[in-house]
Design a binder for this molecule. Structure first.
Ligand SMILES: [Fe+2]
Length: 338
């Protein structure tokens, strides 16, 4: 396949199995697509097709030319602006080495950060606990959970550590049909609050309607979630009948150099428990977040840009300057009328 035929669509899994789908039901009917990019030029030629695939399916997998950190940054920059994280390095990358992490405050509260353990991490959206304002020049941006995340496999685990994806858009529509009352509760602001370490997102909805008409999925099923008593039954049902249901789960086993691009406002991602049998041979994934285009802009009523201690906690999650011309921006979020 050359760079031009790549526009016709990605390769599907035939003959080789660097990625496996164990999903049943409808998920199995859609083979997992891999965009083979043996060079940066081949990647650039396919960037629009990759973005279109994310818009349609909620995710895509890129097999990049190597597994370097710079490659993850280069791929990410093509799809949006990097949103930083408290465990990130100066480029917004998480999971490289703690030596490169800019901010070390979080380490005193390590148990709050599931990502640094080897335990199973139930399917969730990243940054569910984010809500605030970040200053950008003379105005402020409303901070939301990142619109996308990119996961780069640097070294697979010797055992376990597979990635799981769940399409929230499919669940959204199935839940509306089967349990309209629960669907309405989970779409109502105030049904849930998420708190992780120094971050809190109050009065949220699991399915929050944004101004562009899409719904943004915000979900995690652990001690970070505080659920309104009128929504608790719906919240548990959503987890037990849908998100934990293998019929809705797509399983990926990323190989070295492969990068999963995930619409974080539509899809859940999770991870099986894994074992690092030999020192230095452990599961190594790197992650980078991208902010969603068109975040709401706020201006100070007095025309000022005051320093506020309440906004200090948001700075670790600020949106970095673009490092490339944005040429391929996927449409994100759940489309209510599929
Ligand atoms: Fe995550």
């Amino acid at each position: 396949m050359n760079a031009f035929t790549a526009f016709a669509g990605p390769d599907t899994l035939t003959g080789r199995l660097p990625l496996r789908s164990f999903a049943t039901d409808r998920a199995e009917a859609e083979p997992i697509a891999i965009f083979h990019c043996p060079t940066a030029d081949r990647f650039a030629a396919q960037a629009d097709a990759i973005a279109a695939h994310v818009s349609t399916h909620g995710y895509a997998v890129v097999e990049a030319w190597d597994a370097e950190t710079a490659t993850l940054s280069e791929v990410a920059a093509r799809f949006g602006r990097v949103q930083s994280h408290i465990r990130a390095d100066a480029n917004g990358l998480v999971g490289i080495s703690v030596d490169t992490v800019v901010n070390r405050e979080w380490e005193a509260f390590r148990s709050e950060y599931r990502g640094v353990s080897t335990e199973e991490f139930l399917p969730h959206t990243d940054g569910s606990y984010l809500q605030g304002l970040v200053r950008e020049g003379d105005h402020y941006l409303q901070l939301l959970p990142p619109g996308m995340l990119l996961l780069q496999c640097w070294q697979p685990a010797s055992s376990g550590g597979g990635n799981i994806l769940v399409d929230g858009q499919r669940v959204f529509h199935d839940l509306a049909r089967a349990h309209p009352r629960h669907h309405a509760a989970l779409s109502t602001k105030g049904c849930v609050t998420y708190c992780r370490d120094d971050q809190i997102a109050l009065d949220c909805a699991v399915f929050e309607r944004l101004r562009d008409g899409t719904a943004m999925l915000r979900f995690r099923y652990d001690a970070a979630a505080f659920v309104a008593d009128w929504a608790i039954e719906a919240f548990h049902l959503l987890q037990n009948e849908y998100f934990a249901n293998p019929a809705y789960q797509i399983r990926l086993a990323l190989g070295t150099g492969q990068i999963a691009l995930v619409d974080n406002h539509r899809m859940l991602h999770g991870r099986d428990a894994f074992v690092n049998e030999q020192p230095g041979k452990g599961r190594s994934m790197r992650r980078v977040w991208l902010s969603r285009e068109g975040l709401p802009v706020l201006r100070n009523a007095a025309g000022q840009t005051p320093e506020k201690r309440a906004l200090k906690r948001c700075e670790a999650y600020r949106i970095l300057e673009a490092t490339a011309a944005l040429t391929a921006t996927p449409s994100l979020g759940i489309r209510p009328a599929a």
